[in-house]
Design a protein around this ligand. Sequence first.
Ligand code: ZN
Ligand code: FE
Ligand code: FE
Ligand code: ZN
Length: 278
Amino acid sequence: MNASPAAVPARADLHTHTALCKHASGLPHEYLAAAQSAGLAYLGVSDHFPAPAGYDAEFRMAPSDLPRYFEILRSLREEAAGGPVQILAAAEFDYVPGRMDEVFDALAPVRSEFDYLLGSVHYVGDFAFDDPGKLDEWPRFGVDAVWDVYLNDLDAFVGLGGFNVLAHSDLPKKFGFRPTDYESAVRRISEIYRKAAAKGICLELNTAGLRVPADEIYPALPLLRAAFEAGMQITLGSDAHKPEHVAYAFDRAAALARSVGWTTHTAFVKGEPVALPL
Ligand code: ZN
Ligand code: FE
Ligand code: FE
Ligand code: ZN
């Protein structure tokens, strides 16, 4: 149909990791090279922020890694300067039930270093439900109980706020486990989205869902519709844990977002939203 080459939309990947979290591979400059090949305008580096002592230490950077993280971001920015890709400094931080004072205390002194923050729930109690190594622990809780606690925590997290992007908001579907009463889960999440929209929190379309058994972007289509109705803006995130994942399936995510009704997606530069075409 297009006689002339279509302009590649200048997109932003706001969810990528570094090896500091101990479960990602590749060098920062390889992620930058991948972003350049994908024609991205922004590459957001959003590694797993240190959590309170004793919480998920093996899957995130330690507090003592933070200076190294900022050094990585600084040198990546230097390397990218003058090129087509702008580096954004970010972090993905977790809702830790009962310990959010500690989380926000740790974030406060470095907050101004970040262009934006992603908020995530990866645990239900002591259960890392998204860990493929813990699949045999699902029966200990049961699928509905995992979803129930997850949604309570997601709701509480959005209630607290303090982040710009709600990441992979139906993550418990990762291995294909969906709540028995899906309709009521959708209603509950819609309520959370309305709360998020009122706070200016963006919804992430996370393409990592296409690389796992769920085989579906996070969040699912009925939830995307609910988020659109709630008035949320969106971000795109590959959740890259290796360079090849940068901008993973972004054409598909953009097409899905357009089919729901969005015409733009968002990047954050020093906390300020920047609208980009889809
Ligand atoms: Zn990760
Ligand atoms: Fe995550
Ligand atoms: Fe992530
Ligand atoms: Zn993630």
